[in-house]
Design a protein around this ligand. Structure first.
Ligand code: NI
Length: 174
């Protein structure tokens, strides 16, 4: 297992669509283990494969909250169905350090994915777990939480985001 480098806002891989996982082999198992380690090393509650530069549909989640089904979870080829309701929560992202903002998303939905053994997992998601899953599945589709911000809020964060973009470019060149 290893902590992988997290891609920062401005890195093109964060804007790409991840591809479905065809077979859960050693490479995928290693990726999932590394993603969990990377998430914990950075005190995150979720991570998508795009964020470590791999375009595969894998997310890892740990709410780290007693009321929200804590513990490490790996979801492969996740699918969100029947989103309902709306809720505003503050979000951050390991790929967008030092920026947090309120984001409105669905409150609950039906969720389906594969686990690392290839078994189908399905449940009704709500609370913090639902919020993290929505954020991470967005990553797999090249979408970031800052995309939801109002034009005013975006203007306020413009300089900070520009700096991150420059940092991402420098990291790519290094
Ligand atoms: Ni994120």
């Amino acid at each position: 297992m290893a902590v992988r480098k997290i891609r920062i806002y401005g890195d093109p891989v964060l804007r790409k669509m991840a591809e479905p996982v065809e077979a859960i082999d050693d490479e995928i198992r290693e990726l999932a283990a590394d993603m969990l380690e990377t998430m914990y090393a950075n005190n995150g509650v979720g991570l998508a494969a795009n964020q470590v530069g791999v375009l595969r549909r894998i997310i890892v989640v740990d709410t780290q909250s007693e009321e929200d089904d804590p513990g490490p979870k790996v979801f492969i080829n996740p699918v969100i169905r029947n989103p309902k309701g709306a809720e505003v929560m503050e979000e951050g992202c390991l790929s967008i350090p030092d920026i947090r903002a309120d984001v409105k998303r669905a409150k609950e939905f039906d969720f389906e994915a594969l686990d690392l053994d290839g078994n189908r997992v399905a449940f009704h998601a709500n609370g913090l777990l639902a919020r993290i899953i929505l954020h991470e599945v967005d990553h797999l589709n090249g979408r970031l939480f800052v995309d939801y911000l109002s034009p005013v809020k975006k203007m306020m964060l413009k300089d900070q985001l520009k700096k991150l973009e420059q940092k991402a470019l420098a990291m790519q060149a290094a």
